[in-house]
Design a protein around this ligand. Structure first.
Ligand code: ASP
Ligand code: MG
Length: 347
């Protein structure tokens, strides 16, 4: 059976696959390429070298797939941003201002280490400076008093906004066309700050208007994880460590076939490999098996990823950015035979 027949059969069985077929045959273009969302965690983005390494994984995947990227903040940056809040709460405005400057400097340094061509460097430098200025502005405004949970989300949002710009620049350096996209433009949420719930259908409608034209043009959108906005435009976050969930949301928005969570371990283990020698790497799991594993206390994925993945029938891979030769763990619908081929990016 050739690939086309397999796809048609899959589309017959599965409404999500049918929708994807229609999307990529009709509205979005002739492309039959697989659509994948890559989510990179903060340790995969810590510094220029790691960003370029991650960007190479994206470039490789773009040769055979249509790719959307979702990024966390660089490791440690969200914590650092929230220290500003603490300093302000303690009335230490000068310290808060200094922290904001340190955060800007940290990102400017990564930009410098990316060694972009002069024009791109100037442009991205300007973008980072603007973000830094907005951050300082927040600090000063807070001094005059803003509600705290809402303020804390606005502050925390800067980490992903910085990293998305830098990652898009890293892709550009590798000649991959890319644009940073701030998810608060389309991920609509309720107003429970620090733990906002996405309004999925509305987010999908809005997100498609922004993301599909880019994908159709072969441009890789680099979307900020973690953040959304209320319908009246106030920035929210989906809770700490939620950018895996953002990855699933973006994958859902673009009807991705696969979501790849790029992290710093080889996949999902039966137990914590740092704590027990018995821990075994799992190669293949059904959504239900992964959910049972999470319920038994294993650190698997953000708890909202798998329900959404199962609903959209997308396959989720957990893979190691620092060991892309390893196949990783594949989580998909029950009953699919194991031994699925390695995903894109595997060497
Ligand atoms: N940057 C956010 C956090 O540190 C989200 C994430 O990394 O998943 O909580
Ligand atoms: Mg993280």
């Amino acid at each position: 059976m050739n690939r086309e027949n397999v796809q048609e059969e899959a589309a017959e069985r599965n409404p999500a696959a049918r929708q994807r077929e229609a999307l990529w045959r009709g509205g979005v273009g002739e492309s039959h390429a697989k659509v994948v969302a890559f989510k990179f965690g903060g340790s995969s983005l810590l510094g220029a070298e790691r960003m370029l390494h991650a960007a190479r994984l994206v470039r490789k995947a773009t040769a055979v797939s249509t790719v959307a990227v979702v990024v966390s903040a660089m490791k440690g940056v969200t914590d650092h941003l929230l220290l500003i809040e603490k300093a302000l709460a303690a009335g230490k405005l000068p310290q808060a201002g200094r922290e904001a400057e340190v955060i800007l400097e940290m990102h400017l340094e990564v930009l410098q280490d990316l060694r972009l061509d002069e024009e791109t460097n100037r442009r991205v430098h300007g973008e980072l400076q603007l973000l830094g200025r907005d951050l300082l502005h927040e600090v000063v405004r807070r001094e005059q008093g803003t509600a705290t949970a809402e303020f804390s989300d606005r502050l925390a949002s800067f980490g992903e906004r910085f990293s998305a710009r830098l990652f898009a620049a890293a892709l550009k350096k590798l000649d991959v066309r890319s644009v940073p996209v701030t998810s608060s433009e389309f991920v609509l949420t309720c107003d429970t700050f620090r733990d906002a719930q996405p309004l999925l259908e509305q987010s999908k409608q809005r997100g498609r208007k922004i993301l599909l034209p880019l994908l159709k043009e072969g441009i890789v959108p680099v979307v900020t994880g973690f953040i959304g906005a209320t319908p009246d435009g106030r920035i929210t976050t989906l809770g700490r460590n939620s950018s895996d969930f953002s990855g699933a949301i973006v994958a859902h928005v673009v009807d991705a076939d696969e979501l790849v969570i790029w992290t710093d371990v080889d996949g999902i283990y039966t137990a914590n490999p740092q704590e027990t020698a018995e821990a075994r790497l799992l190669h293949e799991l059904s959504y239900d098996e992964a959910r049972a594993l999470a319920a038994s206390g294993a650190k698997v994925l953000h708890p909202k990823v798998l329900p959404l993945a199962a609903e959209s029938e997308m396959v989720v891979w957990v893979r190691n950015t620092f060991n892309p030769q390893a196949r990783g763990t594949r989580i998909g619908p029950a009953g699919e035979f194991s031994g699925a081929p390695s995903p894109e990016g595997a060497a």
